[in-house]
Design a protein around this ligand. Structure first.
Ligand SMILES: NC(=O)c1ccc[n+]([C@@H]2O[C@H](COP(=O)([O-])OP(=O)(O)OC[C@H]3O[C@@H](n4cnc5c(N)ncnc54)[C@H](O)[C@@H]3O)[C@@H](O)[C@H]2O)c1
Length: 274
């Protein structure tokens, strides 16, 4: 496979680590898009830490460079700004893009741009399950209509520092679980953009940003990042609870996200899709 990766942070490097160890064999070609100031360090790190991951490796600094490398699939794992700057032009040029920064789609204008780019390019915008699971069933039930979705995101107090949770709670002094936000997935994503990915994924798969209800909780007893949601529909009812370990490189990112992205790649390499 010819793979393109946008971003070279925690998810990208953990992904390359998994691809290096896996039984899939080396990629035919790997192109990594990073910021110009980071290009030299990125190239050096690729050589030192991931020597066998691909037969050919290139570092590029813009979408044109990435497209010129003719990737069969591009994975965006950089951030909201990269979704607009890089994923949009890549989709427009007919290359499928897995967008990991799904929270970016809580902005209506960004979602419209991505959909229009994929339509114009005849490509696919792929939204992975990321840190949450059961999205297959949610998306399937969505087609039947009448969905009610309630999501609860619980993290240790320190994971909410630097967010509006600090205005509602004294995070450092918290001795029991406290709800600091109740609202729609759209409001949650707007107020907590760095923690918006799961609410956005559930909203996009199921009932939409306005109808998906969200509660955010700081809990000193929380073991990792806990995602729970209940679905009520005329076809089936179910509930999910996931206790995710935070990844070593970025406490905001759950380890399972990395494996979810790996699954998207493997499903395009192997003979079976699951
Ligand atoms: N879908 C999910 O469930 C889920 C879960 C966790 C994280 N995420 C998202 O995945 C993304 C990456 O997470 P991470 O833990 O790897 O973050 P990270 O901060 O470790 O890495 C991001 C990297 O991308 C680079 N970058 C940012 N903007 C860029 C741009 N415009 N062009 C080129 N490079 C750029 C940064 O310099 C950094 O090296 C974040 O947006 C995060 O919100 C999604």
């Amino acid at each position: 496979m010819r793979l393109g990766i946008i971003g070279f942070g925690n998810i990208a490097t953990a992904l390359l680590d998994q691809l290096s160890r896996g039984s899939d064999g080396p990629l035919e070609h790997l192109a990594v898009l990073c910021r110009p100031a980071a290009a030299e360090a990125c190239a050096a790190r690729l050589k030192a830490e991931f020597p066998g991951v691909a037969r050919e490796v290139a570092v590029v600094t813009d979408a044109e460079g990435l497209i010129a490398d003719r990737p069969g699939l591009v994975v965006e794992c950089a951030g909201h700004s990269a979704v607009v700057a890089h994923a949009v032009p890549v989709l427009q040029r007919g290359v499928d893009v897995v967008v990991v920064s799904i929270g970016a789609l809580a902005d209506d204008a960004v979602e419209r741009k991505l959909r229009a780019a994929a339509e114009a390019g005849g490509s696919r915008l792929v939204l992975p399950a990321g840190a949450v699971g059961g999205v297959d069933l949610l998306a399937a039930l969505g087609a039947a209509g009448g969905l009610e979705v309630r999501y609860r995101g619980t993290k240790p107090p320190r994971a909410w520092t630097g967010t509006p949770a600090e205005e509602a709670l004294d995070l450092a002094a918290l001795d029991k679980a406290a709800i600091f936000f109740t609202g729609t997935a759209r409001e949650a994503a707007r107020q907590f953009p760095k923690n918006a990915n799961v609410a956005a994924t559930l909203a996009l798969a199921g009932a939409g940003f306005e109808a998906t209800r969200v509660e955010l909780i700081a809990d000193p007893e929380a073991r990792g990042n806990v995602h729970e949601y209940e679905v009520v529909s005329p076809v089936a009812n179910y509930s999910v609870r996931i206790e995710n370990l935070p990844s070593a490189g970025n406490a905001k990112t759950s380890v399972s996200t990395i494996f979810s992205v790996l699954r998207e790649i493997r499903n395009r390499i192997g003979p079976v899709v699951i």
